[in-house]
Design a binder for this molecule. Sequence first.
Ligand code: DON
Length: 565
Amino acid sequence: MNKISLLLITGILLICCRKKTIQNMKEKSRGFIAENAMVVSAREEASKIGLDIMKQGGNAFDAMIATDLALLVSYPVAGNIGGGGFMVFRMADGTSGALDYREMAPILATKNMYLDQEGKVMSEKSKTGALAIGVPGTIAGLFEIHNKFGTISIEKLIQPAINLANAGIVITLAQANRLNQHKASFRNVNQRQILYDKQWRAGDIIKNPSLAKTLERIKTEGRDGFYKGKTADFIVNKVQNLGGIITKEDLENYNVKWRDPIIFNYNGHKIISMPPPSSGGICLAQILKTIEPYNIGQYKHNSKKYIQLMVEAERRSYADRSYFLGDPDFVDISKDSLTSIKYLSKRMKSFNWDKATKSSDLSRGSFLGHESDETTHYSIVDCEGNSVSVTTTLNGAYGSKVFVDKGGFFLNNEMDDFSVKPGTPNMFGLIGAEANSIAAKKRMLSSMTPTIIETNGQLKMVLGSPGGSTIITTVLQNILNVLDYNMTMEESVSKPRFHHQWLPDNIKFETSFDTTVFSSLKKLGYKVDNSDFLVIGKTDAILVLPDGRLEGGADPRGDDKAEGF
Ligand code: DON
C-alpha cells in the first residue's frame, strides 16, 4: 500500500469515526430508542407488561388495558380502578377519537353539598373521605376500549396484573416516602389500619391478594365484576359506612362517552387533544393559537420574552376556563368561538410587552395552597403505528384515601374538581362558576390533556402529564420544546418548567429554573414564585424520529420508564 492510499484510508476512517461520535453524542441526549413499539409510563413494571402484550401481537389498545391495570397494582397513588380518565387515540391511518371515562357525581349529589348552613365551604369534605368520591369510570372505560379495539382476550390482558398483585410489588424510595407521608390520613379516613398503613422502606414488597381477587372477578364477570355483585357491595358498604352517598344504582348506571377530540393546527402540525369535560384540549388550543402569530421560536427558550408571551396567553385561557367550561352534557360550550383566531387576538389586545397584565383586570379570585397530588399519564405506540395517549387519576394522592379493604383499592376524590362554590378555589387553586357546579350524574371539569400530534400526515408525538392545573401548561411547554426548539423527547421532558393559571396572579417556577430571568420579569410587574412547588407534571411521551424509530421521554422527576422493542 503506498503512502497516498494509506493517508486516504486513514482519512476515511477518521471521517467515519467522527460521524459516529457525533451520532453517539446526539443519541446520548436522546431518551430510550426503539424500532417498533413503545410504552412510557410511571412504573417500569407497567411499561414492561404493556410492551409484553405488544410482543405477543397485541395492539396499542390491548397494551393500554394491561398497562393501566399494572399501574393500578404497582402505582397505587394514582393507578386505579376507583377513579377515571381520558384516552385520545390515533390509528395508523390517521383516524382519531377520544374516550371519556371520567367519574360522575352520585345521584344524591347536590349543588351545595359542601356548604354548611351558613353557606360556608366545608373545604375538606370535597377533598378527603367518603363524600369526596365520584362514581368510578376506569373499568367501564377499559371494557369499552376492549370491545371496540381489543385483539387479545381480556383474560390475557388482566392476568399480568393479577400475577403482580399476588407476587407483590417492590416499592421504590419515592413510593415508600409517599406512603409514609400519608400514613396518618389513611388511618383517620378509614378509622382502621389499611394495607398501606405501615412504615415502609425502599425495597419492601407489597402484596395485595384482595386486589388480585377483585381482578379475578372482573376477569370472569367482565365489567359487572366491578359495577355489580361482590365488588359493588364492598364499595357501597365501605362508602356508606364512612358517610358517603354512592349507591348500587350509581355504579350500575355509570356510562362512558365517546367524544370528538379537539383538533387544531399549530404551525402546520395537527394537534389532537381531549375535549370537555376536560379543559385540556380547549385551553391548549387557545394558548397555542394565541402565541402562534408571535413566532415564539425566535425568542431564547425560557427567556423573558418567551415566558411573558406564554404567561399572558395562559392567564387569558385559564380565566376563560373558570367561567365557560364544564360537562358538555350539562352546559353549552362555544368551543369554536373560544378557540377562534378572531376571539383570541381580541383577548390579546390588552397585552403589552412593557407591562404585565393584571389578572384582576381580567377577573378576580383568591387562592389556597397545593397539597401533594398525583395522576398518571402513559403513552403507547404499537408496531402498526397506532397510538394511545392516556391520563388517569384518583385526583389527589391515593384519592379520597378511602380504601375498599375487601377489594384492595383506593377510591377517588374527584368531586373536588367541581366548583363547590363560585369563586372558591379547589385544591389546585382553580376557580369555577355555574358551568362547573355540582349536579347529579354530572362530570367534573378536568385539566387532563392526553394529546397526539401529527405532522405531514404522519404520527409525530404522543404525550400527556399529571399535575392538576399544571397539566395543560406542562403539555404546552413540551410541545413547544420539540416543535419550536427542536429538542429531543428526553431533553424536553427534563427541562425546568413554569406555570401561570390566571389566579393566583403569579408565575410558579420549578426550583431548578434559572433565576437570572426573574429580576427583569419583576420589573415588568410579574410576580415570581419559585418556592417548592409540588404539583408540576411528569411528562411521559413518545417522539417519532425522522427515520421512523421511536424515542421515549420518561420524566426524570419520577421513577418513570420507557420500554420498547
Ligand atoms: O382531572 C384533573 O384535572 C385532576 N383531577 C387531575 C389531578 C392531578 O393531576 C393530580 N396530579 N398530580
